[in-house]
Design a protein around this ligand. Sequence first.
Ligand code: GLA
Length: 394
Amino acid sequence: MQHLGLGPSEILPEFLVPVLASFRRQFGEPAVVVRSPGRVNLIGEHTDYNQGFVLPAAVDRGIAMALKPRSDHRYVLHALDLGRRLEGDLRELGPHPLRWPNYLLGVLDQLQKAGYHLCGFELVYGGDLPMGAGMSSSAALECGLAFSLNEMFGLGLDRLTMAKLSQAAEHSFVGVKCGIMDQMASLLSQKDHVMMLDCQDLSCRYVPFHGPVKVFLCDTQVERALAESGYNQRRSQCEAGVALLQEYAPQVHSLRDVSLELLDAHRLEFDPTVYRRCRYVIEENLRVIAACEALESEDLAALGRLVNRSHQGLSQEYEVSCPELDVLAEAAAALPCVLGARMMGAGFGGCTINLVQASQEEAFVQGMAPAFAKIGKTPKIHACAPHCGTERLL
Ligand code: GLA
């Protein structure tokens, strides 16, 4: 971290330096500089698109973007870390064959479709979020752009609207039918808190999270190759379960409305895979509520047990883990300094999240070395602290 004397006595992230330098070299002084964070999720995986509960937090890693308006309709996008640049016309938007521009173009498209008037602009972004590690670099990018344009063009959007619009951008231009957890966490988190988010009515409660527990992510460095198709398939399996139950219980609109009793009453009519998917989601929702209570009453051992059980469900019932995630999660859960460990995010690769007793960092790093050796990877461990949501730095 460095002090650049820019923001309101703000300590600015290190990765802002090359972003600003590159912007100034190409375009002069930026009009707006924004930091948009990635996120972790303590518990509540694949529950968001089932209208359930999640317990995420934005973290002290993210993306910084610098922007300046133009007097025409052209956009210039420069992804510093990828060394890529794209120019185009705001009046001719469509999905791009490359992946990275679509998070940005999708947001521009959603804003225009919602009737917001945009002028052209220049943008440079970069950050310290590991790509593809399941820390929501995509949501950080979408939300960062929505937030920046809102500031720069005075669009009058609130954070909730920006979150919905960013999610819609991912559905339409990226093709992933994601839930809303990542965008809500990136935009609406508070420092030193996790967010108990109800994905049905989008209400959230902030629970203090600091002190005795530290969050570490262990990166499998496994490409999340199956992530997109596997993700959308899980989503349709849940929808199939809801459709079946609706025939008996018309009040059911999502798995949020389904109890374990109702599910089990119709077990024999279910395809066994769909049954396991639905059971996992219903149980995971119950675990999020219990985990939130455990955190509020400072019962960290109970929180850890719930996190471990979440991993078992994700691995065995929802089947979104992979051998490397299983090895890292199980090895961590067996360490005395670890309260709980599980795979995090969509799955099929990416990171495990580990709740580690404060001041036990060394023991954790050493304890994980054999597990990384077992999966044939150099240890890659990221320490993360809960941070505030997207903010303007300049
Ligand atoms: C991805 C999606 C989220 C959520 C998680 C799984 O991160 O973007 O909406 O569904 O996977 O919990």
